[in-house]
Design a protein around this ligand. Structure first.
Ligand code: SAH
Length: 337
């Protein structure tokens, strides 16, 4: 059976014609889906006969909200959702001065095994379908009653390990008849799957690319991120530079500062040297401590930032949201079923 929520508007239009219906029905249905309709019966301007027909030949599923946690510090919310097959995923909603932002998961679990991150501790369970990624936005909009205008694919999972579904997800939420989220307001973060970075430059030149770099040398990066055995620091930075050259978009490098591992003045100097001359920005994140990792947070964020800036590299220290509900970077895990 076809899953209607995985169809782009174009695909839905073709599908309507295929089943002998008027093409304009697709736009109506698409609109309902992204208004958060629970099923065909919510779609009041769709004739009953068509609703019944669609129910019998397509699948219409929703995410189930298992739990919502609200930060008392900053209004951040963390959602625990259940997928139709029982898998569980987490999503974070954040309020900023410029609007509402959501951090979505792209996989249930993660195969990358970064030492500092809680999301990969149990490995990868499975890729998310496009609608399962988009559904996180729908449910959060419904629960908060607010419109979400910024999306970061930085929750659990490596988005470029699930490239095709993430690409389709971006197209689904960009569609005007649905959520109408601007490409410029979508950021995808990767641990550095080089071939997919090149694909992303071709497919989504208007989105923002974030690279989880976390270290300026292969020795240090390799000690924290197994993926570095396949894609070295040099390879990842070259791919990101090519992306910036091609798209004229600034690349964000994420760098979690770990005490005694990657937070020395030397590290800042080497990093600056390697990034020099490219269109980029460094986002420093004081490590959010994850019990199992044995790594601790650095106190050097301000000094590290200053040193990068003095070397001509723009850098900021990321404000931490949602730490009181374990919703900060690297803390998403399923310890709260
Ligand atoms: N797999 C993707 C997206 C998910 S992680 C990626 O690697 O980019 C989102 C960001 O949080 C990444 O930069 C990740 O490296 C970072 N992160 C993971 N664990 C962290 C931790 N304990 N403290 C701070 N940042 C962390």
């Amino acid at each position: 059976m076809k899953t209607i929520k995985d169809m782009t508007l174009r695909e839905m239009e073709d599908f309507m014609e295929e089943i002998g219906e008027k093409k304009f029905r697709a736009k109506q249905i698409y609109g309902w889906i992204y208004k958060g309709a629970e099923g065909y019966d919510d779609m009041r301007n769709i004739p009953k006969a068509l609703r019944e027909k669609l129910s019998s030949i397509t699948e219409y599923e929703n995410l189930k909200t298992v739990k919502v946690q609200k930060s008392l510090k900053d209004g951040t919310r963390k959602y625990l959702f259940e997928l139709p097959d029982g898998e569980r995923i987490e999503t974070v909603f954040m309020k900023y001065r410029y609007g509402n932002s959501i951090c979505v998961s792209s996989q249930a679990g993660c195969a990358m095994g970064c030492r500092f991150c809680a999301s990969g501790i149990n490995g990868l369970n499975r890729h998310l379908r496009p609608w399962e990624i988009a559904g996180q936005i729908l449910e959060a909009e419904k629960e908060t009653g607010e419109k979400i205008n910024h999306v970061v694919v930085m929750g659990t999972g490596e988005p470029f390990h699930n490239y095709d579904n993430v690409a389709k997800f971006i197209n689904l939420i960009h569609e005007r008849a649905g959520l109408d989220i601007s490409m410029r307001n979508i950021t995808v973060s990767t641990c550095g799957l080089v071939e997919r970075i090149a694909d992303f430059a071709d497919d989504f030149p208007q989105c923002t690319l974030a690279i989880s770099l976390h270290a300026p040398t292969d020795d240090i990066r390799g000690s924290m991120m197994p993926v570095n055995d396949r894609y070295s620091v040099g390879d990842v930075i070259s791919a990101a530079k090519a992306y910036a050259d091609k798209t004229r978009r600034r690349v964000t490098y994420e760098y979690a500062l770990v005490r005694g591992v990657n937070d020395s003045p030397d590290c800042a100097d080497i990093l600056a040297m390697r990034l020099k001359g490219s269109l980029c920005h460094v986002n420093l994140i004081p490590l959010n401590e994850v019990r199992e990792s044995g790594l601790s947070s650095s106190k050097n964020a301000a000094a590290f930032r200053e040193r990068l800036e003095r070397n001509g590299i723009s850098a900021t220290v990321r404000r931490e949201l949602g730490s009181d509900i374990d919703a900060a970077c690297g803390q998403l895990r399923l310890n709260n079923g």
